[in-house]
Design a protein around this ligand. Sequence first.
Ligand SMILES: Cc1cc2nc3c(=O)[nH]c(=O)nc-3n(C[C@H](O)[C@H](O)[C@H](O)COP(=O)(O)OP(=O)(O)OC[C@H]3O[C@@H](n4cnc5c(N)ncnc54)[C@H](O)[C@@H]3O)c2cc1C
Length: 403
Amino acid sequence: MEARAGTVGERTGVVIVGAGPAGLTLANLLRAGGVDCVLLETESREFIEQRPRAGFLEEWVVRGLERRGLAGPGLLGAQAHGDCEFRLEGEQHVFRYGELSGHRHFVYPQQLLVTDLVRAYADGAGGDVRFGVRDVALHGIGTDAPAVSFTDPRTGQHRSVTCDFVAGCDGARGVSRKAMTEHGAGVFRHDFGVGWLALLAEAPPSAQRVVFGLHSRGFAAHMARSPEVTRYYLECPPGDSPENWPHERVWSELRLRLGAHDATPLNEGALIERRVLDMHNYVVEPMSYGRLHLAGDAAHLVAPVAAKGMNLALNDALLLADAFLAHYADGDDGALNGYSETCLRRVWQYQEFNQWVSEILHGPSSGDPFRAGVAAARLRRMTRSERAGTALAGLYIGSDADH
Ligand SMILES: Cc1cc2nc3c(=O)[nH]c(=O)nc-3n(C[C@H](O)[C@H](O)[C@H](O)COP(=O)(O)OP(=O)(O)OC[C@H]3O[C@@H](n4cnc5c(N)ncnc54)[C@H](O)[C@@H]3O)c2cc1C
């Protein structure tokens, strides 16, 4: 790296860029394994500990965290879900994936997991984390001595950390993915052509399970987050403004799209988050170049159709931690060399399942009777055929996706 005048230099083993679920999990595991690392995050600690996003963790991920001492009592005691429900033309179709697969989702809001992981790393283990950093840039990832530079928010000083490896865990809007594509990685993207209005309501869940409303006016969903807060989604035109969705309109569309003959009425409440997601997926391939390895949303985005993103991010982090630990313990780079390929197997399985389910969710509102017919056929197969349902349950809960 061309040293900038006044830059303060440091050295560590691994620089982890981004303190989301992926970066924090990796940081904890490296710290526990005695590997020096520095974790850089552009936001404040308070901000990331309150940022609401995902809420469904697949059982195998929870067990993976538990085995490594990273599942606290909050997560292990979280409510478990083993079925979900589709509502179409007033009928309720229940998919009992827990019974079919033998595994459940744990409902644990992402911000609680992040809070647990920050506490374990920074407070419990005294790990090095720098919040609020600016101007993060990667250097020399194709060399044996890569570096990450940033501006320290407290002093305004420009700093550069030279390291053995960089872990790019900085999500969909970070800098790591760009560094990877500048070195020839492909970004393969799929756009759904729809938007989802993502809502958080201060209202108790209205059902004991996830509910998907399939409706000609657009898809809708209900997902528990806590006894007091529920996440809802409403399909909307891509690029729509949340301003177009005042309180009354939101609740009347939710009532309509999630309605069914025998359903209990929705518990309504104040909307504390209202933003439009541009529904798309992407995969960066390969996920490694030189000394840079991507993990989580930096490497792959899965629209929240089937609650996959956080689970994939954690899978990457667990694999990358094992690979780094093997490198530092005995110089074995087999897992590091195979990291991208191993992760991508599960990533593509999840992408495929996401595409498959997405057609059930969006077919009825597509305006195309053919797509609506396909959606209804898929729904029948999923909920009425035990053989098909068992295979799909394994994919939904992620227990049968590592190939
Ligand atoms: C509304 C919504 C609902 C979702 N629902 C679900 C769900 O139910 N189930 C599920 O599994 N997934 C869901 N997801 C996806 C899930 O939230 C993500 O997949 C998950 O956050 C990915 O974790 P990550 O650690 O890879 O990235 P992130 O959580 O995005 O973390 C990346 C971190 O890097 C930081 N950062 C960014 N740029 C830089 C930089 N240049 N330098 C340093 N730091 C940087 C960011 O501030 C952030 O803290 C949802 C997402 C959204 C938006």
